[in-house]
Design a protein around this ligand. Structure first.
Ligand code: FA5
Length: 339
C-alpha cells in the first residue's frame, strides 16, 4: 500500500505543474483529494488495516495529502500570476488618447471661494473651515440667540436626534470657538457649508455656502469693514465697486448693517441685474455684540472688532449671471463645463 501511495504522489507531483488552467487544476485536485478522490479512498481503507500498519500507512497518507495540497496551492498562484502577466503585456495603454477628454472642472462655488481666500490671504487673514454639524450652543446661544429668542425662527433648523446637535445654519457658529482658541489679534474668514430646513426655489436651497469674517484687533472700526468688503468684491468682479451700508438687524452684532455694492454690470447706472437701482443687496455685518464677546472670553476694553457673513451661492450667481441656485447642486455636466 505504501508503494501505491508513493506512486500516486509521484505521478501527481509531476502532473500538477503542467496544468495551466485553473478549472482543470480544481478538477484534478478533486480526483485525488475530493470526497471520493483516490487518496481519500485509501484513507478510508485504513480502518481495515492492523494497528501497526495503520500507523505507518496513515502517517504516509497524511504526508502525501499535505504535499499535494501545497503543490496545488503553488500551481494555483502561478496560474494567477501568469494570467496577470499576460494581461499586462497584452493590454498596453494607448498613450495617444487625449487624456483631457473627460477631465473635470472646478465647481464655480469652489472657484470663487478660492479667489476670495486668495484676496483675504493677501490682507493677512487666516482661513478656517466651518463645521457642518455643530452644537445648539455654538450655533445659537454663543452668538446671542438664546432659546426663547425670536431670531431662532429666522433660520429653520435641522435638529439632529437625541443630543441637541444641529446641522450648522450659519458659519457664525464658528465665532465663539475662534474667539476662545485663537491668539489675538484675529483676522479670519471661515467659509463653510450650511443647512436650513427651507423650501427650495430659484433663490433658496436647503444646503448652501456662506463665508464668515471676524476681525479682532486694536483700533478697528466700520471703515476697516467697508475697506475689507470693497477690496474683496472689487477682486471678485475684476473692477472697482462701491459699498454702501444700511442699518440691519442680526442678534450677534451691534450696531448691525446690511451692505450693498454698486452694480458691476452697469457701474451703478441701473440695469436688469440690479433691477434698475444701481445697487445689489449683499450681506450682513456689524460690530460684534458685547454678549458674544463675553461668551468668547474677550475684554472689550482693549480690543475692537467686526464680523460679517454672506451667501457664497448668491455672489457666484451674480458674478456669472446664473438664474437659479438649484444648478449648483445638480451634477449636470453641461452646467459645470461652462466655468
Ligand atoms: C446670517 O446667516 C448671518 N450669520 C450673517 C452675519 C454674520 C451677519 C456676521 C452679521 C455678522 P442670513 O440669515 O441673512 O445671515 O444669511 C446670510 C446669507 O446667506 C444671505 O444673505 C443669503 O445670501 C444666504 N442665504 C440665506 N438663506 C439661504 C438659502 N436658503 N439659500 C441660499 N442662500 C441663503
Amino acid at each position: 500500500m505504501i508503494n501505491q501511495l508513493n506512486q500516486l504522489e509521484q505521478q501527481a507531483l509531476s502532473t500538477i505543474p503542467n496544468i495551466e488552467i485553473e478549472s482543470s487544476l480544481i478538477e484534478y485536485k478533486n480526483t485525488l483529494l475530493g470526497k471520493s478522490g483516490e487518496l481519500t479512498v485509501i484513507l478510508k481503507w485504513l480502518k481495515d488495516l492492523s494497528g501497526e500498519d495503520r500507523g505507518i500507512v496513515g502517517k504516509r497518507a497524511n504526508e502525501i495529502r499535505d504535499s499535494l495540497t501545497l503543490a496545488f496551492e503553488n500551481q494555483k498562484d502561478s496560474i494567477k500570476r501568469s494570467v496577470i502577466e499576460s494581461r499586462m503585456s497584452n493590454e498596453k495603454e494607448d498613450v495617444t488618447i487625449p487624456f483631457s477628454q473627460n477631465s473635470g472642472n472646478i465647481h464655480p462655488i469652489t472657484k470663487v471661494q478660492q479667489e476670495i481666500e486668495d484676496t483675504f490671504r493677501r490682507m493677512g487673514f487666516d482661513i478656517f473651515e466651518s463645521m457642518q454639524m455643530t452644537t445648539e450652543y455654538l450655533n445659537f446661544d454663543a452668538v446671542n440667540i438664546p432659546k426663547t429668542h425670536p431670531a431662532r425662527d429666522m433660520q429653520d433648523t435641522f435638529w439632529l436626534e437625541g443630543n441637541g446637535n444641529v446641522l450648522a445654519t450659519q458659519t457664525s457658529c464658528m465665532q465663539n470657538l475662534i474667539m476662545k482658541h485663537e491668539k489675538l489679534p484675529i483676522r479670519a474668514i471661515i467659509p463653510g457649508r450650511v443647512f436650513r430646513n427651507e423650501d427650495v426655489d430659484a433663490t433658496h436651497d436647503n444646503t448652501f455656502y456662506q463665508v464668515e469674517g471676524i476681525v479682532i484687533d486694536k483700533n478697528i472700526g466700520m471703515g476697516h469693514l467697508k475697506f475689507t468688503i470693497k477690496t474683496m468684491l472689487s477682486d471678485v468682479f475684476g473692477k472697482e465697486v462701491s459699498i454702501r451700508m444700511r442699518p440691519g438687524y442680526f442678534p450677534f452684532v451691534e450696531p448691525g448693517v446690511e451692505i450693498d455694492f454698486s452694480c458691476p454690470f452697469c457701474d451703478g447706472n441701473g440695469c436688469k441685474i440690479c433691477k434698475g437701482s444701481g445697487w445689489i443687496e449683499f450681506m450682513g455685518a456689524g460690530l460684534i455684540h458685547p454678549n458674544v464677546l463675553k461668551e468668547g472670553w474677550l475684554d472689550p476694553e482693549v480690543y475692537s472688532w467686526f464680523a460679517f457673513g454672506f451667501g457664497l451661492n448668491r455672489l457666484v450667481m451674480i458674478k456669472y449671471g446664473i438664474p437659479d441656485l438649484r444648478y449648483f447642486m445638480n451634477p449636470d455636466i453641461r452646467f459645470l463645463k461652462q466655468f
